[in-house]
Design a protein around this ligand. Structure first.
Ligand code: HEM
Ligand SMILES: *[C@@H]1O[C@H](CO)[C@@H](O)[C@H](O)[C@H]1NC(C)=O
Ligand SMILES: *[C@@H]1O[C@H](CO)[C@@H](O)[C@H](O)[C@H]1NC(C)=O
Ligand SMILES: *[C@@H]1O[C@H](CO)[C@@H](O)[C@H](O)[C@H]1NC(C)=O
Length: 701
């Protein structure tokens, strides 16, 4: 036994070894293991072989399709967890009591099931090859002692243990009638209806920040995290009961949707191939590299990276569209046939297919596609200049040096310009502060609570309208304002409707929507989050809440305690952190007990500190994550040796506004793209926007 344990701990390197949760004697016979495994295999593969039916694909299925490496891992993990679930069900029936998997199986048997399922014994051999100058594409070996920290396809970090209804796998709210603190958890759709959706009120404007602040948030989130969903998706469009991997969002009786359907589809996040010898608790994965490394531009796997490059160019360029151009500037390449929406009345020959980029969610809304496009243009612009500056550099060196600069710019714009505005200066100083160097003991992996709750604060700042502006930053005469849903999956609106500029001007020249507690989220997202081909509705607020339960996230109060804040025990405690009697009343009516409040909702209800766009809890969680992404990144741009001091100085002069000046037809910008700005008084001509001098990259050898 000891031998097995040693082997296990050395090989399954990414989870803490706690094998004592296993019984040494096994309660289930071998034959049952095999038959349960076979049953699971069939279930998962039958669901997958139903394949990708475009009629059934809705925007999530489409936008949340992970790369093939991820799909393979996710299939294996699903088979693994399904097998455990079946074993547990059968054994519990036989023993007439509910048994935990850890009571049933030895560590070796669990490992054998993991083997059978195709879960690799380790995602990485455990030792890193000789070190190169550049970060790896997947993030692996950024930390040389823990090569999977921050790497694509590794598990999300758990800052607090998961809380599943059966301790291991079932989401909170899976079993009807289950009580928490004496109350049933409210249906997420009910929470969304009562606390979030609100139709008639005009969305208030943010007094300090531009629309760009919102869209950068989504863009940079996509650089940091992407939690893949289970593969057997189409099944979940046809059922309203809880059956792996479906966890449908039930529609309450008095809902405006209740006439037409009784649930909205929901696919559980894919489990990860981790933890096979720990508590056997379901864990979710991040399919992209956690680091702020411009994986949104370059991808998180070697195969995707290669497909995005222009391998026939000698200048290390990224591939661009050969079909369309934006007044001479390139668009992202596209791949078809795709499920992107088309211009009404256009024929098959005029189709504009979905764009491809380092992150597959690039087509979700127009501003996101615009930001992705800007960075590909910036890459090609810089690469061309570096090539002229260093004629002896080969294509590969130019590509990598450019990628390194682009990654640094993502870090600078995020940490210097974006994060302090979200958290507020004070919280920034408290949780992040000045850079103090690389710390190899810091795990930079994205935490489950960050991607599933805290950083989704941005969903309440989405504006229901996307304006497009002309050269004098006024409503465009030809391209009218669009409702949010008209901007979903519609690359044709860039290609055929004036390119990037009208959208970019609006991101710079229009204020962000202001979150306030009475009006948490625009109705478009709760009622009309559009589906592609099927006439269905999705509710982003409900999805966020359901996702938190799917991942077993502990409740609001546990996270308050995690951050060192007092638990909220009473209405008056709540009143203190929320500040609005009306919201307190509603949240107590809906949840019954403050401990039951879902963390996404609780975090959003907190009154933001002055100058911040998040309350104290989210400021803490976002702050801890951002600090880990900085301190735990061996290639962080400020780390001595990564860039030369001269290069660092030049990088700092650059800005998002400069990137816009250099890569679009916009000729006037505010110096800080995230500040609310009125035209013309807050704008300067691009000639007056500082720019880095690439001389610092001239190779003198
Ligand atoms: C119109 C704009 C946006 C749309 C349509 C949108 C849509 C979505 C959808 C559909 C999901 C997956 C929900 C689920 O099934 O769990 C998601 C996840 C997420 N969104 Fe947004 N979002 C938008 C803007 C934003 C913004 C502004 C932010 C942050 C500032 C943000 C942060 C996130 C995060 C962190 C996730 C989880 C990512 C992951 O790990 O998979 N989103 N969003
Ligand atoms: C799992 O597979 C590996 C080979 O990939 C093998 O060395 C190991 O012994 C297997 N474990 C069990 C318990 O079967
Ligand atoms: C690749 O680069 C060459 C110039 O070096 C250009 O002519 C070609 O169009 C580019 N191809 C793509 C797919 O971007
Ligand atoms: C922009 O549009 C406004 C009306 O919406 C118009 O008055 C103005 O002349 C336009 N500016 C330019 C440069 O076309």
């Amino acid at each position: 036994m000891a031998g097995v344990l040693t082997r296990l701990t050395s090989v399954l390197m990414f989870c803490a070894a706690s094998t004592d949760s296993f019984h040494s004697s096994q309660l289930v016979p071998e034959s049952l293991i095999i038959s349960s495994f076979q049953e699971s295999l069939q279930t998962v593969d039958a669901a997958a072989s139903r394949g990708f039916d475009p009629q059934l694909s809705h925007m999530y299925a489409l936008s949340r399709r992970p790369a093939s490496e991820t799909q393979h891992l996710s299939r294996s993990a699903e088979i693994f967890h399904l097998t455990l679930g079946l074993l547990k069900e059968k054994a519990s029936r036989r023993h007439e009591r509910s048994l935990a998997v850890s009571e049933l199986l030895s560590a070796e048997a669990a490992e054998r099931i993991a083997n059978l399922s195709g879960c690799p014994r380790a995602l990485h051999p455990g030792t890193c090859a000789k070190d190169g100058k550049y970060r790896s594409i997947s993030g692996v070996c950024n930390n040389r002692k823990n090569p999977l920290w921050g790497a694509a396809n590794a598990g999300l970090a758990r800052w607090l243990p998961a809380e599943y209804e059966d301790g291991e796998n079932q989401p909170k709210g899976w079993n009807a009638g289950r009580r928490y603190r004496g109350f049933q958890l409210p249906l997420v759709r009910e929470v969304s209806n009562k606390m979030v959706g609100s139709s008639s009120m005009a969305v208030p404007e943010d007094s300090s920040y531009s629309q760009m602040l919102v869209d950068w948030g989504q863009y940079i989130d996509h650089d940091i995290s992407f939690t893949p969903q289970s593969s057997g998706r189409s099944r979940c469009l046809q059922t309203c009961s809880n059956a792996e991997p479906c966890f449908p969002v039930q529609i309450p009786k008095d809902d405006k949707l209740s006439g037409s359907k009784s649930c909205l589809p929901f696919f559980r996040s894919s489990p990860a191939c981790v933890n096979v010898h720990a508590a056997l608790q379901r864990q979710q994965m991040n399919s992209v590299s956690s680091f702020i490394d411009a994986s949104s531009v370059y991808g998180s796997s070697a195969a995707l990276e290669e497909s995005l490059r222009n391998l026939s160019s000698a200048e290390g360029l990224l591939a661009v569209s050969g079909q369309y151009s934006d007044g001479g500037r390139p668009y992202l390449p596209s791949a078809g046939p795709s499920a992107c929406l088309q211009e009404p009345g256009s024929g098959p020959a005029e189709r504009v297919e979905c764009f491809t980029a380092g992150d597959s969610r690039v087509n979700e809304i127009l501003p996101l596609s615009v930001l992705h496009t800007l960075w590909v243009r910036e890459h090609n612009r810089l690469a061309g200049r570096l090539a002229r500056l260093n004629p002896r550099w080969g294509s590969e060196v130019i590509y990598q040096e450019t990628r390194k600069i682009i990654g640094a710019l993502h870090q600078i714009i995020t940490m210097r310009d974006y994060v302090p505005k979200i958290m507020g200066r004070e919280a920034f100083e408290e949780y992040i502060g000045p850079y103090s160097g690389y710390d190899e003991s810091v795990n930079p992996s994205v935490s489950n609570v960050f991607s599933t709750a805290a950083f989704r604060f941005g969903h309440v700042t989405i504006s229901p309208i996307l304006r497009r502006l002309n050269e004098s930053f006024q409503e465009h005469q030809r391209f009218s304002s669009l409702s949010l849903q008209q901007t979903f999956f519609s690359p044709w609106r860039l290609v055929r409707e004036g390119g990037l500029d009208p959208v970019l001007r609006a991101l710079l020249g229009r204020p962000a929507a202001l979150q306030n507690q009475e009006h948490l989220m625009t109705e478009d997202l709760t009622q009309r989050l559009l589906v592609l081909n099927i006439p269905d509705s999705l509710d982003l607020a409900a999805l966020n809440l359901q996702r938190g339960r799917d991942h077993g996230l502990p409740g609001y109060n546990d996270w308050r305690a995690f951050c060192g804040f007092g638990r909220v025990e009473s209405r008056s405690d709540l009143m203190e952190v929320v500040g609005s009697g009306d919201s307190v009343q509603k949240v107590m009516d809906v949840y019954g007990h403050p401990d039951n409040i879902d963390v996404w909702l609780g975090g959003l209800l907190e009154r933001p500190a002055s100058g911040a766009r998040t309350g104290p809890l989210f400021a803490c969680l976002i702050g801890k994550q951002m600090k880990a992404l900085r301190e735990g990144d061996r290639f962080w741009w400020e780390r001595p040796g990564v860039f030369s001091p001269k290069q660092r100085q030049e990088l700092q002069t650059h800005s998002l506004s400069r990137v816009i000046c250099d890569n679009s037809g916009v000729t006037e910008v505010p110096l800080d793209a995230f500040r609310r700005s009125s035209y013309p008084e807050d704008f300067v001509s691009c000639g007056n926007v500082p720019s880095m001098d690439l001389e610092a990259w001239r190779d003198h050898l």
